[in-house]
Design a protein around this ligand. Structure first.
Ligand code: 5RP
Length: 261
């Protein structure tokens, strides 16, 4: 692996412990003004000190994030459908050129693939195109893996999607936590971070992060379970403590409650 790729990866995965807290705030690319992100800067700026990486769209970056920020950026580069087009949701292609990602000085790019839908081929070909583009400039690609409706979030399908993403060239895979998550981790040759998914109670989201780490995930790429929390700053501190400080779920939840105003 070349120096540039290693250097960028070290911005995403913290060398001190091999873990990462990624803050996903890219939802606007298909959900518009998502609850909690209506004024994205006001939500995100107080969270940045407790995140290792920020995952926005290019529009969010240019309009809401100060260019003097020190947080590494993992830029969302896939899209093409909105939440209103349920049948085709995640039928995504490349929405940002690699040149623009370079102009934005990103440390990684993120692309969603959807396995188990008739249009899976389109997302996989777009994904490999961005891998080739990104490889030319030593930019790591994070694959966001989803499986078709009806297949369920289970280890069988998520390990298939995660392994495919790695075999196609991803440097990091983002997938959902599920029962028997060890299987997903053990059969994927690149590091895995978990998505948060829809908002659930803070206690459960902290437990999920802990269980994922125990199963071998290197961290989280969490959005709604942080910024839709009743206290987003306390929540990201609690998740950070699980990921980087080996807090138990109880210790982290106590931390969340004690910080909550
Ligand atoms: C869609 C995504 C989201 O845009 C986002 O990153 C998910 O974060 P969360 O589920 O934690 O809110 O990846 O596929």
């Amino acid at each position: 692996m070349d120096w540039g790729m290693k250097n960028r990866l070290s911005k995403i995965i913290k060398p001190k412990d091999g873990h990462t807290v990624m803050l996903a705030v890219d939802h606007g690319y298909f959900m518009g003004p998502t609850t909690g992100l209506e004024k994205l800067d006001q939500m995100v700026n107080p969270l940045i000190p407790y995140a290792d990486v920020l995952m926005p769209t290019r529009g969010a970056l240019r309009n809401y994030i100060s260019p003097d920020t020190e947080i590494p950026i993992c830029l969302r580069v896939s899209g093409g459908t909105s939440i209103l087009n349920e049948k085709n949701l995640l039928h995504e292609g490349i929405i940002v050129s690699i040149e623009d990602a370079i102009r934005l000085n990103v440390s990684a790019v993120a692309f969603s693939i959807l396995v188990g839908q008739p249009f899976e081929r389109d997302t996989l070909l777009g994904f490999t195109q961005i891998i080739d583009d990104a490889n030319r400039y030593n930019i790591p690609v994070l694959a966001v893996t989803a499986v078709g409706r009806g297949l369920g979030k289970d280890a069988k399908y998520l390990s298939l999607a995660s392994r495919m993403a790695a075999e196609l060239g991803a440097s990091i895979v983002k997938t959902y936590f599920c029962p028997n998550f060890e299987k997903v981790v053990d059969t994927c040759p690149v590091p895995i971070v978990i998505a948060g998914g829809k908002k659930i109670p803070e206690k459960d989201a902290i437990q999920m992060a802990y269980d994922a780490l125990q199963a071998g995930a290197i961290g989280v790429d969490m959005g709604r379970n942080i910024f839709q929390s009743s206290d987003p700053v306390s929540m990201i501190k609690a998740v950070n403590a699980v990921v980087h400080k080996k807090y138990s779920p109880k210790e982290a939840y106590d931390l969340f409650k004690s910080k909550k105003k």
